[in-house]
Design a binder for this molecule. Structure first.
Ligand code: PBG
Length: 325
């Protein structure tokens, strides 16, 4: 008999393809990363990220309401504080009246159901633009973990549902978990940026927060992009230390890692489709070289197919609008 298999039978019509589709994307899969600015009624476009803004808390709240109505139920929060609040200890990071703490409170007041996940790392508060405390050109691990723990507690006090350490210091998940438990925040979760690579895809994000490292690079704490097994080790350690969700970052160029981590852990895996990935699609679409909407949905489906339970993406709003049609 020829041919033995007619695999095309399952692809004959839209209905047939829908019936056998393995991966279905919904707005509930997304988290939206948001950049917060000081002041009121402030909306500053980020040139390398068309469509993305740094907004003051009041305008951020408006946007959060819109996201919620579209079915996007989680946000990642990053702040840009003025230079006079930066130092080498990061102490502004746990100021109870700081910009992050204000943003968390305002969002939870306006949309109590929204899952709010503030970023935990010192770079927005560091005069050096590094994720930790610096001494003689070195990024100190354990003193940084102490700072991150204080920062996490202050986020929890402000009403955060989750804290999301993105710093890549060793031992921070355990230290943060312990402090949250000891302070009555047993329901505040930890999404750990577990396999976070030292990547050039973060360029536009550092423009957005003006947080590029002032000296050197982040290779002594973020992972070498040549490595695979190390990602599994990082994820397993974080689960053991108490992470509720582990993240792989960046996304599209790292989908092999996503699959391996997904197969290795028993907690949800999130994937961050980062600023540079977003910028590449926007730039190619502006030139008319790629179909923006199709590429966006294809990439998001592929990230989910690779094993993402959650996708953090600057496309969350646009994709939700399309998916809701
Ligand atoms: C810093 C942080 C970065 C991103 C998220 N948190 C930048 C960095 O590590 O230098 C990048 C996200 C993106 O590029 O969209 N803690």
């Amino acid at each position: 008999m020829f041919p033995i298999h007619r695999n095309r039978r399952l692809r004959t019509t839209d209905a047939m393809r829908a019936l056998v589709r393995e991966t279905v994307l919904t707005p509930n899969d997304f988290m939206f990363p948001m950049f917060i600015a000081e002041g009121q009624n402030v909306e500053i476009p980020i040139p390398s990220m068309p469509g993305i803004f740094r907004r003051s808390v009041d305008l951020t709240v408006k946007e959060v309401k819109e996201l919620w109505s579209l079915g996007v139920k989680a946000v990642n929060i990053y702040v840009k504080v003025s230079d006079n609040l930066k130092d080498n200890t990061g102490k502004e990071a746990w100021n109870p009246d700081g910009l992050m703490q204000q943003a968390i409170k305002a969002i939870k007041d306006a949309v109590p159901g929204m899952v709010v996940m503030p970023d935990v790392a010192l770079d927005p508060y560091s005069i050096y633009g590094h994720d930790g405390i610096v001494e003689n050109g070195e990024i100190l691990n354990d003193p940084t973990v102490d700072a991150l723990t204080r920062m996490s507690l202050s986020h929890a006090d402000a009403g955060a549902d989750f804290v999301a350490p993105s710093d890549m210091m060793d031992g921070r998940v355990l230290a943060i978990r312990k402090a949250l438990e000891e302070n009555g925040h047993h329901n505040v979760g930890i999404m750990s940026y577990s396999a976070k690579y030292a990547s050039s895809f973060y360029g536009p994000f550092r423009d957005a927060l003006d947080s590029a490292p002032g000296f050197g690079d982040k290779k002594t704490y973020q992972m070498d992009y040549a490595n695979r097994i190390e990602a599994i080790k990082e994820a397993l350690h974080d689960v053991e230390e108490g992470a509720d969700i582990v993240m792989v970052k960046p996304g599209i160029a790292y989908l092999d890692i996503v699959r391996e981590v997904k197969n290795s852990v028993n907690v949800p895996v999130s994937v961050y489709q980062v600023s540079g990935e977003y910028a590449m699609v926007k730039a190619a679409a502006e030139k008319g070289w790629l179909d923006h909407d199709r590429i966006m949905l294809e990439q998001l489906h592929c990230i989910k197919r690779a094993g993402a339970d959650i996708i953090s993406t600057y496309f969350a709003k646009e994709a939700a609008i399309l998916l809701n049609k």
